[in-house]
Design a protein around this ligand. Structure first.
Ligand code: SF4
Ligand code: SF4
Length: 465
């Protein structure tokens, strides 16, 4: 008798979910599923599915690894990854998007919250945010800023914070939000946009209240619609961000895409995030509790009824290929997709991004910057940012109309698989380009920052209140 064929995809390192000790790990496939296999000398063996789709795994494996050294290394290599963030000299990518946590308060108590935020958190003093931005500018250069939390909109002074980010010279400001306040108070969103906000990253898990009740604790669909209406009125682009949980909303992937199409051009993109197990979401997950990126792609392809193919999606260019996928699509009048990939010729090659970033943008600040990071920033700025009216180049009425027409019919579909203590692959983590700013000037890769062991203990995040 022979067992199932086991195909090795090489060795890496990971951590034990019980104690976070760094341990060797191996990637291997059996059938169509790729697993991460590791054994802690104290707590035993853990095998976790990380990618269900061998064909796409092999395609993503062929993607070039675009690594780069940090602009500056703020931490010494001492205990080893993931305990030396950061960035330490062992990191292999620069900061692209940096989160600033402006508060740990939130107006929801979501069972799947990364941040374990709640009603009794604290706000980061605006002076401390200014100092953190100064250190970030010195240490990391021109990065995209994501205002995050907690729920940033619980702060009345958020417009001042957006203005501060702009005044410190950062070109792109994104708001990560549940959308409750901006839906209720359109003037508040208008003030954020006036202060320089570029994009709303809207938590959007589905098109039925049953999904919100389960994931966020109460019915929220009407409030999500109001948030999008406020964004339309304020002229700011929205990215819908569903957290995908098997058995809860994975059956709504197609319906979310249809919703996004109906809300174009205010909605510019859908960015799917398979659920990860950390923060408040503590338990040893079963294999069926996970959905992997190729399964999301497969659901998108199935829903498009042959109009899009696996080849229309590709791995991210700056992060490790297995962290993400993206595809850009034109939507015709009948609502059918056609692949419309963004140009890859050079970091300055995309006219729509040129229009969004403008003079003095990335091209003026790239001296020590990784071209892949610059390209990723430009893609985000071009596809996710302000609505077409604000992006259009002034080049005659006809060109303007053509530009609007083209932009109004594009939708980007992407996904990112955050890593938890079960799925963590340190090769991936070392190439992370999404970082969280610390008050002392360090930046910590997002998946290291949110990592918790099975008891909820974190390497970097302060215990929640
Ligand atoms: S994640 Fe990067 S910065 Fe953090 S310890 Fe590992 S290599 Fe260093
Ligand atoms: S945040 Fe996590 S999943 Fe995203 S690029 Fe960084 S390591 Fe990869």
């Amino acid at each position: 008798m022979t067992g199932p064929v086991r195909l090795s995809f090489g060795r890496t390192r990971s951590v034990c979910p019980e104690c976070l000790t760094t341990i060797p790990a191996e990637r291997f496939a059996v059938g169509d599923t790729v697993y991460l296999d590791k054994t802690c000398p104290t707590h035993g063996r853990v095998v976790t599915p990380v990618w269900r789709g061998l064909r796409s795994y092999e395609m993503w494996s062929r993607s070039p690894r675009a690594t780069a050294l940090p602009v500056s290394a703020a931490a010494d290599i001492a205990e080893g990854c993931p305990r030396d963030c950061g960035l330490c000299a062992d990191h292999r990518q620069q900061s692209c998007c940096v989160l600033i946590e402006v508060t740990s308060r939130c107006d929801l108590v979501c069972p799947v919250c990364f941040a374990s935020a709640g009603r009794h958190g604290v706000d980061t003093p605006i002076g401390d945010i200014g100092l953190a931005l100064d250190k970030l500018r010195d240490g990391s250069g021109q990065v995209h800023i994501q205002l995050s939390g907690g729920e940033p909109t619980v702060r009345d002074d958020l417009p001042e914070i957006v203005a501060l980010v702009r005044a410190k010279g950062f070109d792109f400001v994104q708001l990560n939000t549940n959308g409750l306040r901006i839906g209720r108070e359109p003037d508040y969103l208008a003030a954020l946009v006036d202060a320089g906000l570029d994009c709303v990253f809207l938590q959007f898990d589905g098109v039925s209240d049953a999904v919100y009740k389960q994931l966020r604790g109460r019915n929220l669909l009407a409030e999500k619609r109001l948030a999008i209406a406020s964004a339309r009125a304020a002229g700011v682009g929205v990215v819908l961000v569903p957290t995908l949980v098997p058995g809860v909303n994975t059956g709504e992937i197609g319906a979310i895409v249809d919703f996004a199409k109906a809300e174009m051009p205010t909605v510019r993109a859908v960015h799917f995030q398979p659920v990860s197990y950390f923060g408040r979401n503590l338990r040893a997950p079963r294999d069926q509790d996970r959905i992997t990126l190729p399964e999301v792609i497969e659901a998108l392809i199935d829903h498009a009824d042959g109009a899009i193919r696996l080849e229309d999606f590709r791995p991210g260019s700056a992060e490790n290929p297995f962290c993400s996928f993206s595809g850009r699509f034109a939507v015709d009048r009948a609502g059918r997709f056609r692949s419309d990939p963004e140009p890859q010729s050079s970091c300055c090659g995309s006219p729509e991004v040129e229009a969004a970033v403008g003079e003095g943008g990335c091209c003026g600040t790239t001296a020590r910057r990784s071209p892949e990071v610059v390209r990723a920033q430009r893609y985000v700025a071009g596809q996710w940012a302000t609505t077409p009216e604000q992006q259009a180049p002034v080049a005659g009425l006809e060109a303007f109309d053509a530009f609007l027409e083209q932009q109004s019919h594009r939708l980007s579909l992407s996904g990112m698989a955050f890593q938890d203590a079960w799925t963590l692959d340190l090769d991936r983590l070392r190439q992370c380009h999404i970082h969280v700013a610390q008050s002392d000037g360090r930046v910590v890769p997002f998946c290291a920052y949110n990592l918790t062991d099975i008891g909820g203990r974190s390497l970097y995040r302060e215990p929640s209140t």
